[in-house]
Design a binder for this molecule. Sequence first.
Ligand code: ARG
Length: 461
Amino acid sequence: MAKKIASARISQSSSALLQELNQSLPFDKLLYIEDIEGSIVHSQMLCNQGIISQSEKEDIHKALKQVKEEIEEGSFSLDGEDEDIHMAIERRVTEIVGDSGKRMHTARSRNDQVALDFRWFVQKQTLNVAQLVKQNIQTLLTIASQHTDTILPGMTHLQHAQPINFGYHLMAYASMFKRDYERFIDSYKRNNYSPIGCAALAGTPHPIDREFTAKELGFYAPTLNCLDTVSDRDFALDMLYNISVLMMHISRLSEELILWSTSEFNFITLSDAHATGSSIMPQKKNPDIPELLRGKSGRAYGNLMGLLTVMKSLPLAYNKDTQEDKEGVFDSITTATLSLRVLDEMMIAMRVNESNMEKASMVGHLCATDLADYLVKKVGIAFRDAYHITGDAVNFAQSKGLDISQLSLEDLQSIDGRIDSDVIAILDNRASMNARNSQGGTSSQQTKRQIEIMKEWLESV
Ligand code: ARG
């Protein structure tokens, strides 16, 4: 049986099982910095407002700084029986400076305290993750700019469709990551309001200054409504959703890296540092790293669904259910951070097998659409009719074991007499890629333009 720390109403000791279920210290100890710095600013405000004395404030500050040192050097263990990080720190502060320590909790509650600590932690991590996303965009831009003329088959339905360049393909992922970055920053801005001073649910009769604490802690302003604030976990859901979408993008890219590193594709070679062997098949080199990145999206989605479910149906205001908000968020942050670091390293180290990409582009009649477009432009027939004539050309090439770009002028004219010698320059993968010069298209010129625009954006944020 453990003694209750924060209970005037309950006289009996807690059941050991209650203690085990109730305790959040094993995971919320991660918030010790925010808790201590939040208390420093809160007690400064109490002193400014004449709610505690100068010497009480000094005692509290001295003790809080000491507790931080003790935690960091390991002499104050956060593996004890305290209910949570807030109780643990307050207990130790009070042990160090006695009665002054007890005044630290004036005009606040653990409800606004945990809302502050957790929100502030998530805000900092939001900027960290966004920074790592930015780094990945930079890497994609670097690789993309080396491959604006490297042809590979662009696919739909995972079937060869039209020739594109590898830089263009990577710029699709850079575009996804740009949206991710913006999503993190949007959330940061939306949530950068301070919860401290909301107290239990209804504010406080003490003459506090929430503007001061908000500004000191780096928030734009205090939140509007205390009842909402103590039970609001939208900031955590934003983080979980943003990470879920990010991990989905990472998973899609990983899937392509896995496909591209098969013997069938052989478009890329992962560096040995990012592949593993098989315990039984000595010849194997497995893409475990992209597989893990692909798999990790699962836990990110699970964490999002977990917290959405916790929050659903909670009446106002604080309920202990919300203590379940933290572990999933911590896990998603760790997952996203590690994944982004690994992805970046892996992309930098991988080899691009340009000639295999080019070779693969000679299969699947990638220029077929170009013949149809030629017939529309040159002969003036409807696209539908051109489509059928081109189908005949594809079948003809197929029957001879050739790609459509390998047919001779005579072959093509035997299919439709209106086809002229200028068709030869058009039925070429590189010409086809460069012909798609419409804005946002795959031509080398358009790809370079996309890279330039993205570079300028990256420098502006
Ligand atoms: N450990 C709690 C949490 O994470 C702190 C808030 C407790 N407040 C309360 N009224 N019991 O949510």
